[in-house]
Design a protein around this ligand. Structure first.
Ligand code: SF4
Ligand code: SF4
Length: 289
């Protein structure tokens, strides 16, 4: 267990429980304990009034290569896993995607094994979805925007009957308020400590993932359908530090080259070490024994 609580010192006030961003601290019987969902951030130590929280003997596994391998092996994921890391400054060793390109098409390339990291910015994006990814949106004129919407978004044969259903319910999705310069996007095993991890999965694999996630947190993974793929995955995951799954939208499924039986799962990176660790404790790791 990465961080631990000294039960002799602990006053069971619960302050650490509410302040752990990973919901890794639980009450169990008359004790407050840190679970394997802990990823070693140390936030809880700042909120303990009696200094009962300290580093445990084991470190959380944060190595992207090892976590990527474990995810694939343990959950039977055959495609490559995508990772995203938001940045304000371009790293020296990461090329810039010049575009024009779609975020979902880059994810599709990664799932198919072309996962060299690149820097993706609003300037390279062909899609207004960049606003959902905290990258801001490519600036266009009113006329250009109207033409694009009329051509492929509203009207018969397109996605919405009119602009009203196109914009309706956008506020059900959390919006990530900070605007970053760009996003490093590539295969999970090639990006250290990303913000988000995204991968296609069958409903059966989603069941295994959600079981491992619920094992210590007791939480469900929320699903979305019906709007753009980036809106249904990135903002909610970043704002709430919670995983989501989605059926994705028409364009997202096409560009990501999802198979008919595949859904998409998006996890905050901070929850991945616990997810991987906990699968070994669930029914799925034991049912063949
Ligand atoms: S994830 Fe961070 S805040 Fe939560 S228990 Fe671990 S070290 Fe503490
Ligand atoms: S904040 Fe400290 S005293 Fe309060 S429950 Fe957590 S470990 Fe115990």
């Amino acid at each position: 267990m990465p961080f631990t609580i000294d039960t002799e010192l602990c006053a069971r006030c619960g302050s650490c429980i509410g302040n752990c961003p990973n919901r890794a601290i639980m009450r169990r019987e008359d004790k407050v304990v840190i679970t394997d969902m802990c990823y070693d951030c140390g936030v809880c130590m700042r909120y303990c009034p009696v200094g009962a929280i300290g580093m445990g003997p084991v470190k959380a596994e944060l190595d992207s290569k090892k976590l990527s391998e474990s995810l694939k092996e343990k959950f039977g994921i055959t495609r490559d896993i995508a990772a995203m890391k938001f940045v304000d400054k371009k790293p020296d060793d990461v090329p810039v995607e010049e575009g024009p390109q779609f975020w979902c098409a880059i994810c599709g390339d990664i799932f198919e094994g072309q996962g060299s990291p690149l820097l993706f910015t609003a300037a390279a994006s062909m899609c207004g979805g960049c606003a959902n990814m905290s990258l801001g949106g490519k600036r266009v004129t009113r006329e250009e925007f109207d033409a694009a919407v009329e051509a492929s978004v509203v009207g018969e044969g397109n996605l919405y009957a009119s602009r009203e259903p196109m914009t309706k319910n956008r506020d059900v999705f959390a919006r990530f308020p900070h605007i970053y310069s760009g996003m490093i996007i590539g295969a999970f095993d090639k990006i250290s400590r990303p913000d988000l991890v995204l991968f296609p999965a069958t409903p059966e694999q989603l069941t295994v993932v959600s079981t491992a996630f619920a094992f210590e947190t007791g939480e469900v993974i929320t699903g979305f359908a019906g709007k753009s793929t980036c809106l249904m995955t990135i903002p909610a995951t970043l704002v709430n530090n919670r995983p989501v799954f989605t059926a994705a939208d028409h364009g997202g499924r096409e560009f990501m080259r999802l198979k008919p039986e595949e859904l998409l799962i998006c996890f905050p990176f901070s929850l991945i070490p616990g997810l991987v660790k906990n699968l070994d404790k669930t029914i799925y790791a034991h049912h063949d024994e």
